[in-house]
Design a protein around this ligand. Structure first.
Ligand code: ATP
Ligand code: MG
Length: 213
């Protein structure tokens, strides 16, 4: 379970998040919607421990995230969380195989078979030795999903994972996320500004100008 309590975030004198409160239950598939610039990525970065709030608390399974403790935050990100970023998903100079293997390396649980199985699951096994630049946009995004799920994280945060894809490829990616949610009970937090994408989620949180509507 993730609970956000009175989250505020400033960038310089811009007040980006203005007292955000909500709760996401374990194994929920939730969409965060809002217009460009409303604070969606900022919020997702805070929930996933990539950024910190200036005020307020995040509780994960009842434990308050301690944003000042780098070791604890790194552990949180590496063990519990999978991310699919809005942009810049894979590391350019690593093959698809090595990109997908990163979370296993970081958790010291390297396992070749697991990497291969995960690449099969996302339909990319035939591309495993390619660099990201040799993959299509949809293939890269599926590679990013493979990397996000390989260490069986409790939560996956996906920031507009289908934003730059055609509707059919986008749908295959949403199906993949949905199957993780139903089969592995992974909590999915998906950011989008597209109603059709949000329909895949069980619940929707609307954010407007840094406030939940
Ligand atoms: N690192 C930063 N430094 C300064 N301002 C920032 C930074 N990150 C975000 N902002 C500002 O905070 C506001 C919210 O940005 P954010 O990226 O959260 O929006 P978003 O809802 O994800 O938008 P989009 O749909 O375009 O991705 C924007 O006005 C943006 O310019
Ligand atoms: Mg964004």
């Amino acid at each position: 379970m993730i609970e956000a309590i009175n989250i505020h975030k400033y960038y310089g004198n811009q007040h980006v998040l203005k007292g955000i409160n909500f709760r996401i239950n374990r194994s929920q598939f939730i969409a965060i919607m809002g217009r460009s610039g409303s604070g969606k990525t900022t919020l997702l970065n805070i929930l996933s421990g990539l950024d910190w709030p200036d005020e307020g608390s995040i509780y994960v399974n009842g434990n308050r995230l301690n944003f000042t403790n780098d070791t604890k935050m790194t552990e949180y990100r590496q063990k519990k969380v999978g991310f699919i970023f809005q942009f810049f998903n894979l590391l350019d100079n690593l093959t698809l195989f090595d990109n997908v293997a990163i979370p296993l390396y970081l958790n010291k649980k390297y396992d070749t078979k697991k990497v291969l199985d995960t690449l099969v699951r996302v339909g990319l096994i035939n591309h495993k030795d390619k660099l990201p630049a040799q993959l299509s946009g949809g293939e890269r995004q599926r590679g990013a999903i493979a990397r996000a799920l390989i260490h069986n994280p409790e939560m996956i945060f996906a920031d507009e994972p289908t934003g730059s894809l055609d509707s059919e490829t986008g749908e295959s990616i949403l199906k993949l996320l949905k199957s993780l949610h139903t089969e592995s009970k992974t909590t999915i937090v998906l950011v989008t500004h597209d109603n059709l994408v949000a329909k895949w989620a069980e619940n929707i949180i609307h954010i407007s100008d840094g406030v939940i509507e």
